[in-house]
Design a protein around this ligand. Structure first.
Ligand SMILES: Nc1ncnc2c1ncn2[C@@H]1O[C@H](COP(=O)(O)OP(=O)(O)O)[C@@H](O)[C@H]1O
Ligand SMILES: [Mg+2]
Length: 508
């Protein structure tokens, strides 16, 4: 009985799971940890019927198990609560809960029964005050996450999986979820719990497995595994590159950030970025990377501190995003679909936006000539310069948004996850161009959750944890263990940071 995985493998462009084997008993709570990109979500998605494995065997309660859809997995009593919430905003809380398990009477939905079940489910995750009729669109991020967990725990009668479920939750809410999964385990359910909160895992799980780069590195009883052990097992060998020749020996600051705070980042942060330097922003999900970039840009209102663009002629204080752009700061947002592209408009138009804003008039011939040059420089694949940007692949859209800041030389670039959702070739083009810009004297900051992107590209890496700067490291000889330890620092060792700071990224 229980879950047995034998030689499971999966590759996308590259291998993501390399012949993984794993045995979990009924009633066991297994913690699963690993760096970003280690393959945790891929493993869970295979078990949940979202993805098909390339090879290997899964045995659930003594029977071969190979779900070809989420429906089949749910029917087998296997459910996953994901990070990317699957709440449907146009439905009510109750309807969301019963999405795939409508209590029906003669094929009709039994509303009264649905309501009753919803209420009892909501109470298991502490949402006792919430009416099942509440539209999901009115729920906070934490409430949506709790709803997701309630739904998974309802369906997960044999195997319940939680993929970083507590990132958006308060301490009390997380504790409640821990009680819930302990109760499920007590009923004999196999539980797999993925979390970056290593202390939590130690207190909730019986055993912990560490994945690194698609390989199962170790599985051990919690009592026999310290947190430094876990971090050491997780830390791989980061990719590195040869150090670039520096344009000058004396660092020349281009952007000076002094003691800034925002609602989302209550602890003052100071930082300088120099000409010709690429600074990486590393951290776990919710560490505050995006929030820091938005604070620098002035998109999130600052509650104290200053940002200055430093030039030969002196320093310009930046307050609003318009100030930042006028001072030569380019910004590529993380969510290009939401705040990056102007859908329906052509490639050239999308590229020329900052220039159009900066100048009172601009010759069309200049726009097209420059756009064409930038298109070649970045290998942008489009049917001409007027093809609507939304018709391009994700990688090419990302290139257009970066290309915006190449139309005129932009001396400072703030890039939030420039490699996300981009294929390998496009990623290479983008990072090569970033390196070229820095080589020509630009000051660049890159936030990324892929350590390799940073260690390959950056001169310096600033690690954030729990909304604070937790460490600063210089390349190209990166101390992997120290970087990982800094990234986890807000989540281990009774550090107040993990308890009193509300997790970031809630948009509040
Ligand atoms: N649908 C996909 N297509 C291509 N690559 C993917 C896909 N999903 C995940 N990957 C890649 O697989 C690797 C493992 O990702 P993931 O399982 O999400 O890691 P984790 O959950 O441990 O952070 C990453 O390098 C990621 O980029
Ligand atoms: Mg994941």
């Amino acid at each position: 009985m229980g879950l047995s995985i034998v030689n499971l493998s999966k590759a996308f462009a590259a291998p993501v799971l390399r012949s993984i084997s794993l045995d979990i008993q009924c009633g066991e709570i297994r913690g699963l940890v690993g760096e970003n990109g280690a393959g945790k979500s891929t493993l869970l998605n295979i078990l949940a019927g979202n993805l098909d494995a390339d090879g290997g065997e899964i045995i659930l309660d003594d029977r071969p198990y190979r779900p070809s859809s989420v429906r089949q997995a749910l029917d087998a009593g296997v459910a996953l609560a994901t990070q990317e919430l699957s709440t449907i905003e146009t439905l009510t809380a109750a309807e969301n809960l019963s999405l795939s398990k409508f209590p029906s009477r003669l094929g009709l939905i039994d509303k009264a029964q649905q309501d009753k079940e919803a209420r009892s489910l909501l109470s298991t995750v502490g949402l006792t005050q919430l009416s099942p009729a509440t539209p999901a669109a009115e729920l906070s991020l934490a409430e949506q996450q709790l709803l997701e967990i309630a739904r998974a725990s309802w369906h997960g009668t044999h195997l319940l999986m939680l993929d970083e479920p507590t990132a958006a939750l308060s301490r009390e809410q997380a504790d409640l979820i821990h009680e819930l999964i302990k109760a499920k385990a007590a009923q004999g359910v196999v539980v797999i719990y993925v979390s970056h909160r290593l202390e939590d895992l130690k207190s909730v799980c019986q055993t912990i497995s560490v994945l690194r780069d698609g390989e199962m590195i170790l599985t051990r009883a919690c009592g026999d595994l310290t947190i430094p052990d876990m971090i050491e097992a997780m830390a791989g060998r980061f990719a590195r590159r040869e150090k670039r020749a520096r344009p000058s020996l004396l660092p020349t600051p281009m952007l000076r950030i002094s003691d800034i705070t925002t609602k989302a980042l209550p602890h003052p942060i100071s930082l300088e970025i120099n000409a010709g330097e690429i600074v990486g922003l590393a951290g776990l999900a919710g560490a505050g990377r995006t929030e820091l970039i938005k604070a620098i840009m002035g998109i999130d209102a600052r509650t104290s501190g200053t940002c200055e663009r430093v030039t030969d002629g002196g320093a310009v204080t930046l307050s609003t995003p318009a100030d930042a752009v006028a001072a030569g700061i380019g910004y590529v947002p993380e969510d290009r679909k939401m705040s990056g592209i102007f859908a329906g408009h052509g490639v050239a138009f999308n590229m020329s936006l900052p220039a159009l804003r900066a100048h009172r008039w601009i010759p069309g011939s200049w726009v097209y000539r420059r756009a064409s040059e930038v298109r070649n420089l970045l290998n942008i694949r489009s049917a001409g310069l007027d093809q609507p940007i939304d018709q391009l692949s994700g990688g090419n859209q990302q290139k257009v948004i970066l290309g915006r800041w190449l139309m005129e030389e932009t001396p400072v670039l703030l890039l939030d996850e420039p490699g996300r959702g981009v294929d390998v070739a496009a990623k290479t083009d983008i990072f090569d161009e970033i390196a070229r810009l820095a080589g020509a004297g630009a000051a660049v900051m890159i936030a990324s959750s892929e350590m390799d992107e940073l260690t390959m590209t950056c001169d310096r890496i600033v690690v954030m944890s729990g909304g604070r700067v937790a460490g600063e490291f210089n390349g190209p000889d990166w101390d992997e263990q120290a970087i990982m330890t800094a990234a986890f620092s807000a989540h281990v060792g009774g550090n107040a940071g993990s308890n009193d700071t509300r997790e970031l990224g809630t948009g509040q």
